[in-house]
Design a protein around this ligand. Structure first.
Ligand SMILES: C[S@@+](CC[C@H](N)C(=O)[O-])C[C@H]1O[C@@H](n2cnc3c(N)ncnc32)[C@H](O)[C@@H]1O
Length: 264
């Protein structure tokens, strides 16, 4: 599903949690091991969705907090962790004071911010001095089996193919981190796989958020395009890649106050 619309994400929250909630786990594990998150770490996950990473943090003994603009996502995250600090809101303006967290993360979410640099400045603001910011998102389409299917769907619908956004490309996250004043300490690729046990789940997962007529008209295209990814037993395995970058904040708060004067 595309787009930054919180109503759209709310509408698919249940399907997201069921079919895609664990998808980013390899990237989450990489970020945990490279940031050293552990017992007592104060960690904010931005665009927390249905709260899978918050659950992981809780099991590690960290203190998780989350924020997401989609009310149904927030409801699922709160149901998972009723006592955690989980708030409704967007990356662009977060309701925590400066320097509240040791680590601030976003998985498959920063790209939905209206202005990713503004949003990243906000990540930096709420991160403690010498704290860490970690962002992970889809790599360029050529690395993703899902892209093969999405390309077939787009061509069948007569749509133009969209170029990869900057954050998907090699060096894109690192450049944005530099612009936000973060010192990149680690970056790379992580393999993320998505499996569907049958045609029905494949179609529901790939066409998540589409209306029933579109799903009915497009299901055969999805199944046909997914043929190379069939596995024993009739299911499918799509091998994809996420990029990630981890950056350190400076010794002092680095971000000027937002909207501080009418001329700023
Ligand atoms: C693809 S889901 C990923 C959810 C979760 N991070 C995960 O990896 O499972 C994208 C999430 O970003 C949220 N989102 C969209 N726009 C956002 C914004 N401006 N700030 C923060 N989160 C946003 C959506 O509501 C949705 O929950």
């Amino acid at each position: 599903m595309d787009g930054a619309d919180e109503d759209g994400w709310s509408a698919v929250a249940g399907v997201w949690a069921e079919l895609w909630g664990d998808f980013a786990d390899p990237a989450r594990q990489r970020v945990i091991s490279e940031t050293g998150i552990g017992p007592g770490s104060r960690v904010l996950d931005v665009g927390c969705g249905s709260g899978e990473f918050l659950g992981m943090l809780d099991r590690l003994g960290a203190t998780p907090a989350g924020i997401d603009p989609a009310p149904a996502m927030i409801a699922l995250a709160r149901a998972r962790l009723p006592t955690a600090d989980i708030r409704l809101g967007s990356a662009e303006g977060m309701p925590w004071p400066a320097a509240t967290f040791d680590v601030v993360t976003a998985f498959n979410a920063l790209q939905f911010a209206e202005d990713t640099l503004d949003a990243l400045h906000e990540f930096v603001r709420v991160t403690a001095p010498n704290g860490l910011v970690a962002v992970s998102n889809w790599a360029e389409g050529a690395r993703n089996d899902l892209n093969v299917i999405e390309t077939s769907v787009a061509l069948a619908a007569g749509e133009e193919l969209r170029p990869d956004g900057e954050l998907r490309q090699a060096g894109g996250l690192e450049e944005l981190f530099g612009d936000a004043g973060l010192d990149v300490i680690s970056a790379g690729l992580v393999e993320v796989c998505w499996e569907a046990p049958n045609d029905e789940v494949l179609v529901r997962g790939v066409l998540m958020g589409e209306d029933p007529d579109t799903i009915a008209a497009t299901a055969a295209t999805v199944i046909d395009a997914a043929r190379p990814f069939r596995i024993e037993g009739g299911g499918y395995r799509l091998v994809n890649a996420f990029r990630y970058a981890i950056g350190r904040t400076g010794p002092q708060a680095t971000t000027p106050a937002r909207n501080s004067s009418p001329s700023s």
